[in-house]
Each structure stands twice: as C-alpha cells, then as structure tokens.
Ligand binder design. Structure first.
Ligand SMILES: NC(=O)c1ccc[n+]([C@@H]2O[C@H](COP(=O)([O-])OP(=O)(O)OC[C@H]3O[C@@H](n4cnc5c(N)ncnc54)[C@H](O)[C@@H]3O)[C@@H](O)[C@H]2O)c1
Length: 294
C-alpha cells in the first residue's frame, strides 16, 4: 500500500513534470511521510511549541525532552544541580534540539517562578508542561512512615505539580491553549508494599488530572497523565538490578522485559500533539501489560 502510494505520487508528480519545484515537493513528501517504504510520523508536529519538563536531566524526563525536541518543540530542561543541567543541554544541542536549561527545585516557590520567568524571557511563551519530578525517601511498612516523609512526598510529587500548573496556565491561555502532563506510576493503581506513601502520591495525580481537565478545557488546555510500569532508570535501579526481582516482575508482564525511558517520552509527546486533540482527563498506562485497575 505504502510503496504503491509512493510510486503513484512519483509517477504523477515527477514523471509528468520535470520542474524543479515538483521534484522538490516530491522529495519533501517522501521525507515527511515515508522512510524505507514505511509510514513514519512527521517529527515536526510540535514546531513552534515551548515545553517545560521538570526533572529532565536524566531518565524519563530527559527522554521526554528528547521526544518533544525531536518533534520540533523548544524544550526547557531543569533539575536541582547545575552540572546535570549543563550535561543535558549539551546532549540535546548535539542532537539539534532547541533547548534552554536552568536549575529548579520544584519544591521551592522561588525556583518554580524563576523557571517560568526564564522560559518566558528566552522562549516567549509556554505551551506544554510535563510535571515529572518525584521523590521517594521511604521504603518500608506504611505504618512506619513519618509526618516528614508524607510532607516531603506530597509536597514534591503532588503539590508542586499543581503549583507548577497554576503558574503556567495564564501563559498557555495567552497562546490560546496548551497541554499539561503529569507523570504518575503503575503503583497508583495497586500500591507496592514497600512504597506506600509514594504510591498514594501517584494515585493523587490521577485525581489531579481529572479535577483539572474540565476546568482547563474551557481555556483549550488538555490535562493528561502517564502511568509508567517499571522503566529502566536510576529511580528504579533497586528493582531492575536485582535479577530475582526482575524475574518476579516479568511474570506480571505481557511484554517480557522492562520498559525504556524513550517508551514513556514517546507517549507523552503523542499526548501533547494534535493527534491527541480529543483526549483530556485521561491516564495512559505504559506498563508492558501489567494489570492496572482502580
Ligand atoms: N522508573 C520507573 O520505573 C518509574 C515508574 C513509574 C513512575 N516513574 C516516575 O517517572 C518520573 C521520572 O522518574 P525516573 O524513573 O526517570 O527517575 P529519575 O531519578 O531520573 O527522575 C526523578 C527525578 O526527579 C528529580 N527530583 C526529585 N526531587 C526534585 C525536586 N524537588 N525538584 C526537582 N527535581 C527533583 C530527581 O533528581 C530525579 O532526577 C517520576 O515521577 C517517577 O515517579 C518512574
């Protein structure tokens, strides 16, 4: 089907006219739509968009910045350490991605405002927010978790996600709309035994997504969420570096391997694209087939 379409196009546009303009448009058509006989998604669908991704110098955040950047967005990367920001900016620039970077501890109101101000100054607006930063300072029985643990987890994982959204929405409205994406977890659906408070914070993000979506739809802002399964990053290394744990996990998976950060970045980029223009208030689970029920 694909190769038939290509030859039809070439026959019609190239063999019937040898003008340079027609040749150029034929090649543009091929470059945009077909690679090696297969249809590929155009990577220019986010051109002109400005995307803030929090905690984006490593793991899922970095892969998300790459996915948005490859589709043409100007990405603003941040994390708490300047050295990590510099490294991520250099990497993305080497991949021809438009990128700006700054430090930001999402738990600090001052830092959140600095991130937004810098984005506006350097990029002229905001279209996309991916709230990806998260902490888990506690492993153990939930009954042993302290008030400090709960304050830290809820503050970084939930409250900061809302407060970042509140800061960027007026600027998205000035652009006529936008996209907010929260990064939850498979643990939001079925808390893992040793990660109770963290998983509860991730369940809260499913609620935040649903609470915000109807209100922000009026401003043409879509709010969605992604719930990754076990993805190979530093955050989850305690799980995937232990072969016994991996074997146990695989029993619960339809796709018998752990996920890669790029497999989350691509889904987030899709949710921010026009292809997802009728999706809001949803959480997409990206888990290799781990059952997720609330
Ligand atoms: N890796 C997995 O298996 C997995 C599964 C489900 C959900 N997630 C979620 O994906 C997101 C990204 O995690 P990851 O796996 O890429 O690991 P990661 O360690 O690369 O990302 C988490 C990042 O958040 C940053 N962070 C923590 N507190 C911060 C703060 N106050 N301000 C700014 N940054 C802060 C950390 O420095 C770290 O870089 C997190 O929300 C995590 O909960 C990961």
């Amino acid at each position: 089907m694909t190769s038939a379409l290509v030859s039809q196009y070439l026959h019609k546009k190239v063999t019937t006219s040898y003008s340079q303009v027609t040749m150029r448009s034929a090649f543009r058509f091929l470059k945009m739509n077909f690679v090696s006989g297969q249809r590929s998604v155009s990577h220019s669908s986010l051109t002109g968009k400005v995307a803030i991704v929090t905690a984006s110098t490593d793991g899922i955040g970095l892969a998300t910045a790459q996915a948005l950047g490859k589709r043409g967005a100007h990405v603003v990367v941040s994390s708490r350490r300047q050295a990590n920001v510099d490294k991520a900016v250099a990497l993305l620039q080497s991949q021809s991605i438009k990128v700006t970077g700054t430090t930001c501890n999402v738990g600090s109101g001052e830092d959140r405002e600095k991130l937004v101000r810098m984005t506006l100054d350097q990029c002229g607006g905001i279209d996309i927010l991916v709230s990806n930063a998260a902490v888990n300072p506690f492993f153990g029985n939930i009954m042993d978790s302290t008030e400090d643990v709960w304050d830290k987890i809820l503050s970084v994982n939930v409250k900061s996600s809302f407060l970042m959204t509140k800061l960027v929405v007026p600027h998205m409205e000035k652009r006529g709309g936008g996209n907010v994406i929260f990064v939850s977890s498979v643990g939001a659906y079925q808390p893992m035994q040793a990660l109770g408070p963290y998983c509860v914070s991730k369940t809260a993000l499913l609620g935040l997504t649903r609470a915000l979506a109807p209100e922000l739809a009026q401003s043409n802002i879509r709010v969605n969420c992604v719930a990754p399964g076990v993805i190979k990053t530093r955050f989850s290394s305690a799980l995937w570096k232990n072969e016994d744990v991996v074997e146990e996990l695989k029993k619960q998976l339809s796709i018998k391997r752990l996920g890669e950060p790029e497999e989350i970045g691509g889904v987030i980029a899709f949710l921010c694209s026009e292809e997802a223009s009728y999706i809001t208030g949803e959480t997409i689970t990206v888990t290799g087939g781990m059952g997720c029920r609330l």
